[in-house]
Design a protein around this ligand. Structure first.
Ligand SMILES: NC(=O)c1ccc[n+]([C@@H]2O[C@H](COP(=O)([O-])OP(=O)(O)OC[C@H]3O[C@@H](n4cnc5c(N)ncnc54)[C@H](O)[C@@H]3O)[C@@H](O)[C@H]2O)c1
Length: 391
């Protein structure tokens, strides 16, 4: 997906396009925001690859005022600030938190850094939207939520797919009983792996938190919290070249198969990996396969394309066996819109279907999958989230 779409090689080109787009977007967002629109002051931390997708979104959002950008690489904070007209730049979270006041921190740093940066921001009284994962373990994530409650702030974690019209259609169809007695589900997502940053392959990285996280969120969102996990993971490519020159050893899994027991006999299977050839290239945007499918005694439902870039939903039932395509609206969902939705929620009080408890449940599944690989055993889960995920 976008890890590859917006990779280091395309960063400069994308940045230039984004600069033009950002200028247009901020002009139109200023026009769109009337005096009554409450703006949330947003600080972004981590100005790397994914910031090129988040910042255009945030610039367009009428509820957002971009006030600060922070990156330990000063040049990155400077460049993104220039592109998106962000007035303040910092190179350390301490400076960011002590600097110009803001309401929402958008954390786009390395996966392993999220936990400590999110906690530090929450303890400083900031709301947080975090890229996945919100923390490195369920226990640390629970502490983060407790701290947020004590401080009276909100924390949300990517991904945002439960907000897509395709997810909504699948969730409602399954809940309606149209598939009969639900039995099984499968989802998969992979590509040949990010090639611009080492953290994807270090401890705490891997294809589970980077890629499987999407399918895990979708299938637990539709079928309910999982009760137990069995998994196998492996490393297919033991060394990689990062940034075109640096040879690294791969520590985290780059290949994973996860089985989930959702209760009532429902079993799902999720596979992800950094060694998947994709005929549509890295981004997979033209994917037409059912990458997520669910089957029951009276029906089958398949998501067309990836759940982070959904193109429609095909449904076949006992009453209407010929596939019919539904939910083809692609205009109202973008996978990187979560931080903008968080700002809107803070500004308007509107609740989101995205919940931190759901993100932590998925994090527990990832932890349990690794434990299952290490021990060879089935691992019981304890976390839950509000379900069904239907507005
Ligand atoms: N790249 C994508 O298309 C994409 C898509 C979806 C999700 N994500 C997620 O977004 C996050 C970032 O990924 P990326 O691809 O942008 O990585 P990246 O390496 O391109 O960018 C990360 C940035 O964070 C900065 N950083 C690291 N530690 C920091 C700290 N302590 N304080 C301030 N800045 C710090 C780095 O200097 C770097 O500029 C990851 O969680 C990743 O899984 C990325």
């Amino acid at each position: 997906m976008t890890e590859d779409l917006i990779n280091r090689r395309t960063f400069v080109g994308t940045g230039a396009a984004a600069m033009l787009f950002g200028a247009v977007a901020s002009a139109s967002s200023a026009a769109a925001a009337d005096d009554k629109t409450r703006r949330i002051r947003v600080a972004i931390i981590g100005c790397g690859s994914v910031s090129n997708v988040y910042l255009p979104q945030l610039s367009r959002c009428p509820h957002v005022e971009l006030v600060s950008a922070c990156d330990i690489i000063p040049q990155r904070a400077k460049e993104q600030s220039e592109r998106y007209k962000i007035p303040n730049q910092y190179t350390h979270i301490d400076q960011l938190l002590a600097g110009v006041p803001f309401d929402l921190m958008v954390n786009l740093t390395d996966m392993q850094e999220h936990e400590r940066l999110n906690l530090q921001a929450v303890n400083a009284g900031k709301n947080v939207w975090s890229e996945k994962p919100m923390a490195n373990s369920l226990e640390a994530g629970e502490k983060l939520l407790t701290a947020a409650k004590m401080k009276g702030v909100k924390v949300w974690g990517a991904p945002a797919m439960v907000m897509s019209p395709q997810f909504a259609f699948i969730a409602k169809t399954v809940q309606s009983g149209a598939l009969g007695r639900v039995a099984a589900a499968h989802a998969d997502y992979g590509h040949t792996g990010p090639e611009w940053s080492v953290f994807f392959y270090e401890k705490g990285g891997g294809s589970l938190p980077d890629l499987a996280v999407y399918n895990l969120t979708t299938l637990t969102g539709v079928l309910g919290p999982a009760k137990s996990v069995v998994a196998m993971t492996s490393i297919v490519t033991p060394t990689r070249t990062i940034g075109g020159k640096k040879e690294i050893k791969v520590i985290a899994e780059d290949n994973a198969m996860v089985l989930l027991d959702h209760g009532n006999g429902v079993i799902s299977h999720i596979q992800s990996g950094f060694n998947y050839f994709n005929p549509h290239g890295h981004d997979g945007g033209k994917e037409q396969r059912h990458t997520v499918n669910i089957v029951g005694t009276k029906g089958y439902i398949g998501l067309v394309g990836y759940d982070w870039d959904p193109q429609g939903v095909d449904l076949s039932t006992e009453d209407e066996p010929a596939f019919k395509r539904h939910a083809t609206d692609q205009a109202n969902f973008e996978w990187a819109m979560g931080a903008s939705l968080a700002a809107e929620s803070l500004a308007t009080g509107k609740d989101l279907l995205i919940t931190p408890e759901h993100a932590l449940h998925v994090l527990e599944i990832i932890q349990a999958a690794r434990e299952s690989q290490d021990s060879g055993h089935r691992v019981q889960l304890r976390s839950k989230f509000q379900w069904p995920v239907i507005s």
